[in-house]
Ligand binder design. Structure first.
Ligand code: ZN
Length: 87
């Protein structure tokens, strides 16, 4: 019994949570380039235009690459995303 809701339209809560997350400055030059992070789609589009890194869900600055399938999903981003989606 799952409800399919892939369309945009019920992301108010998610967006608000994201704002709070994105306001937390995290400086980490670790291995974030080895993962595909969750980033707001609009931010990815913005990055594609500006070439600047964006803030991922986990708080890391990351430049989306053109073939994210090469990298595993960032576990931290995935955990945050799942948590946000459940609420
Ligand atoms: Zn991440």
């Amino acid at each position: 019994m799952t409800t399919e809701s892939d369309s945009t339209g019920s992301t108010d809560v998610l967006d608000r949570e994201l704002q709070e997350l994105l306001e937390n400055e995290v400086t980490d030059d670790g291995d974030h380039d080895k993962f595909s992070h969750y980033v707001q789609k609009e931010k990815i589009l913005e990055s594609a235009v500006t070439g600047k890194p964006v803030r991922a869900l986990c708080g890391k600055k990351w430049t989306p690459n053109s073939n994210p399938d090469r990298y595993p999903i960032c576990p931290t981003c995935h955990e945050i995303y799942e948590r946000l989606r459940d609420e």
